[in-house]
Design a protein around this ligand. Structure first.
Ligand SMILES: *Cc1c(COP(=O)(O)O)cnc(C)c1O
Length: 399
């Protein structure tokens, strides 16, 4: 079975999880992270969403509107709501999946406090258009959601540095992982200090028992993604037996994980450091696979994603109206195609009657129904099989 994604974990991480972690590991991780991303400060959190929530608090925003994409991870508006602000959703643009910045201009009101722009699937936010907005509204905070991008560049300019702060998610499905965890980066000394104070006041220290749960979780990930085991795991998933473990949201509920205010553990920081050392190599491999997929599928009459300089390809996303049949075909032939992101947030039960769902979302809705992705974390051989299976699915008449 070729999984829809595989965390890039090796022996160093395996030994890392079995040996004690330096109590100062979180500090080391923050220093290494800031250096890798070319930023002055990095502050670590238990989850990316906790970082976003506390960033909004540190920016002094309360009772304000925060603009974000309609097509993004649902934890983003959850964090906005938990910070005491209201998410305002803006539709995406078909060319690169990103939020349409021209529509953002129309969504800005005197209540707006911040704009969250996301380089979704690793496609860099258009920083030229973003600059226009910044010039016209210098009082608005700009937050770069880099959970999918990790160092994407718009015409040579690093996306994470183009704003007041950037957030990163580091769970096992991301480009690099610290088991769970998230990071906020910024070049502003004052904001970094506020974030640290905020973290001290709002989160509690992690104990040995969270550290052990994290270690066991990562070992379980090694087992689940072992090639002998993965077919079985996928089988259980298809039967719906892993529902609670693999589904990370409930359509009707705005919530946070139980431990969202318990600090990142040293063992997570240690794994994060080991992963940072692999970062360049991982991104390079993803770029190679994206080019390979593009070439190998370009003769088919399907909607392929763009190839853009500076993109980091957290996912290779094809849009197809028979997505479900293709995924089903793949599952029966040893290749798992992913279904990320399969919702348009302002259509979800938790958000559709909130004030932020006030625009039209034709593009986001269409992508939510059609997006399927090929693994960019597999080997070259896995990619060849994914292409072969995808082509056979199309040829078999699902399309
Ligand atoms: C994963 C993700 C986050 C943060 O997720 P956490 O699970 O809270 O670490 C934020 N934004 C996007 C777009 C994501 O995919």
């Amino acid at each position: 079975m070729i999984p829809r994604f595989e965390p890039q974990l090796g022996w160093p991480e395996f030994f890392g999880v079995l040996t004690p972690a330096d109590p100062q590991a979180v500090n080391h991780f923050e220093t290494a992270f800031a250096e890798t991303m070319g930023q002055k400060h990095a502050i670590a959190f238990p989850h990316g969403r906790t970082g976003l929530m506390l960033l909004l608090e540190a920016l002094g925003l309360k009772g304000r509107e925060v603009i974000c994409p309609a097509y993004t991870c649902v934890v983003v508006p959850h964090a906005i709501v938990y910070s005491g602000n209201e998410p305002i959703f803006v539709d995406s643009q078909a060319c690169d999946f990103n939020m349409d910045l021209r529509q953002v201009k129309e969504a800005i009101t005197d209540k707006t406090g911040a704009i969250i722009t996301t380089s979704i699937f690793g496609y860099p936010v258009n920083l030229e258009q973003l600059d226009e907005i910044r010039m016209a509204h210098p009082h608005l905070a700009i937050i770069q959601d880099c959970a999918h991008s990790f160092g994407a560049e718009w015409q040579g300019q690093a996306v994470q540095r183009a704003g007041d702060a950037a957030i990163f998610g580091m769970n096992v499905s991301k480009i690099i992982t610290s088991i769970f965890g998230g990071v906020v980066t910024t070049d502003h000394d004052e904001l970094a200090k506020k974030m640290q104070t905020c973290r001290e006041q709002r989160t509690r220290a992690s104990g040995w028992n969270k550290a052990w749960r994290r270690r066991l979780y990562l070992l379980a990930i090694y087992v689940a993604f072992n090639h002998q085991c993965y077919g079985f795991v996928n089988y259980l998933d298809r039967l719906g037996l892993l529902g609670k473990l693999t589904k990370y949201y409930n359509d009707a509920v705005i919530d946070m994980p139980l431990d969202y205010l318990t600090q990142m553990t040293p063992v997570e920081a240690k794994i994060g450091c080991l992963q940072l050392a692999r970062y360049l190599q991982i991104v390079e491999h993803r770029r190679d696979l994206a080019v390979y997929y593009h070439r190998a599928l370009s003769d088919l009459a399907v909607h392929l994603p763009p190839l853009i300089d500076g993109a980091t390809y957290s996912h290779f996303v094809i849009q197809h109206e028979k997505r479900e049949q293709i995924i089903h075909y793949g599952a029966r032939h040893g290749v798992q195609f992913g279904r990320l992101i399969e919702y348009c947030i302002p259509d979800m039960a938790a958000y559709r009657s909130r004030p932020g769902a006030r625009f039209a979302y034709p593009v986001a809705r269409r992508m939510a129904q059609r997006a399927l992705n090929l693994s960019v974390s597999t080997t070259q051989r896995g990619a060849v099989r994914a292409v072969d299976t995808f082509r056979r699915a199309i040829a078999s008449g699902v399309a």
